[in-house]
Design a protein around this ligand. Structure first.
Ligand code: NCD
Length: 307
């Protein structure tokens, strides 16, 4: 039985296969409408979500399967003090596959040790978010036609943003990626990523404080929300929350074929006026998330691609 807890749980070949399968699902949706008939996905969300939970549920429905679950810890027995391990042990008797989001780093890993069904980490605290990474990789591949030889700017909350952490890890296995980290000093990438990914693999990256000084060089701009729920005090959040606001004047020197990604939800960091620019990819990205989750559910359930 395979779980997906960390983006590195998948080999580069497996990621390529998942993205190929997602592309095929997009091209031939009808072919996949019944492949998960009789199967159930449980979504256990101990933390808020719109896209991730609903795209998982839509993914399973579009594969012909069923869904069950809860969308907040208040509405589960965790409010009575049940451990994650017990919850998962029980839910794995009811469902064939489980997607789980939890505010504590490592909770899905612990769950995977107790579960009788595959566990998918749908976000654990400020740590990992591997299915957002698959979404991001599919989006980059569909927009750019490749996953190597690109200049990527990561902007915003690089300290607490789990989507950034997982995407950096995943990209570190592709060739010739130039990384530019755009953040205030307080929100730089965590030390473990610096040491375990960049230093260990001998990959260099630039660190800057403004979008303006690098926008003309970027192929991809990955914007992120300042992660309010992970701050220790509100005053710091208020001071940092509007550090970066991407608007049309900021895009003046950007490449014609820049791809602007954002895992969403956005707060103020991208003005709505940018949404109509063809370079804004974030709503297409959200849609890609459903297709790549369809591919992942099939893989973890061992369902073959239909003829
Ligand atoms: C992200 C998350 O939950 O980490 N959202 C998502 O899954 N698309 C990003 C965020 O909350 O800022």
């Amino acid at each position: 039985m395979r779980h997906l807890i960390d983006p590195m749980d998948l080999s580069v070949e497996e990621i390529d296969e998942l993205l190929d399968l997602a592309d095929d699902i997009i091209a031939h949706k009808d072919k996949y409408a019944k492949v998960c008939e009789g199967k159930k996905l449980a979504t256990l969300f101990f933390e808020p979500s719109t896209r991730t939970r609903l795209s998982f549920e839509a993914a399973m429905m579009e594969l012909g399967g069923n869904v069950l679950g809860f969308s907040s810890s208040d509405s589960s027995s965790s409010a009575k003090g049940e451990s994650v391990a017990d919850t998962v042990k029980v839910v794995s008797c009811y469902a064939d596959i489980i997607a789980m989001r939890h505010p504590k780093e490592g909770a899905p890993l612990l769950a995977s040790l107790k579960s009788d069904a595959p566990i998918i980490n749908a976000g654990d605290g400020g740590h990992n978010h591997p299915t957002q990474t698959l979404t991001d990789l599919l989006t980059i591949r569909r927009e750019k036609g490749k996953l190597s030889d690109v200049t990527v700017g990561f902007c915003g909350d690089l300290k607490f943003g789990r989507t950034v952490h997982s995407l950096i890890k995943a990209l570190s296995r592709y060739e010739n990626i130039r990384y530019i980290m755009i953040s205030p000093v307080e929100l730089e990438i965590p030390k473990y990523l610096r040491e375990e990914v960049f230093e260990q693999k001998g990959i260099s990256y630039e660190q800057v404080r403004t979008i303006d000084e690098v926008i003309d060089r970027l192929d991809i701009l990955y914007m992120t929300r300042v992660q309010r729920e992970r701050f220790f005090n509100e005053a710091d959040y208020i001071r940092l929350k509007d550090t970066y606001i991407l608007d049309m004047p900021k895009l003046k020197n950007a490449k014609e074929d820049l791809s602007i990604l954002h895992p969403l939800p956005r707060v103020n960091e991208i003005s709505v006026e940018v949404d109509d620019d063809p370079r804004a990819c974030y709503f297409r990205q959200a849609l890609n998330g459903k297709y790549v989750r369809m591919a992942l559910i099939m893989k973890l359930l061992g369902i073959e691609k239909p003829e």
